[in-house]
Ligand binder design. Structure first.
Ligand SMILES: [Zn+2]
Length: 59
């Protein structure tokens, strides 16, 4: 089950939408900011069908 969540780029502050698989309780991945193009890591906690929390950090 996929949900979208909004995370804030730790570099420029731009809010980016990411797709999360909510069947995975705890996940971490890297995404590129669509504005400043810098990669940052996203940590997400999910429950089935729901994004509980997200955390973005620079690398
Ligand atoms: Zn950015």
């Amino acid at each position: 089950m996929q949900e979208t969540a909004t995370v804030q780029c730790p570099y420029c502050g731009q809010e980016c939408e990411v797709a999360l698989d909510t069947t995975i309780a705890s996940q971490q991945f890297t995404t590129d900011c669509e504005v400043c193009c810098r990669p940052f890591s996203v940590h997400a906690e999910c429950e089935l069908g729901e994004v509980v929390s997200t955390y973005a950090a620079g690398g």
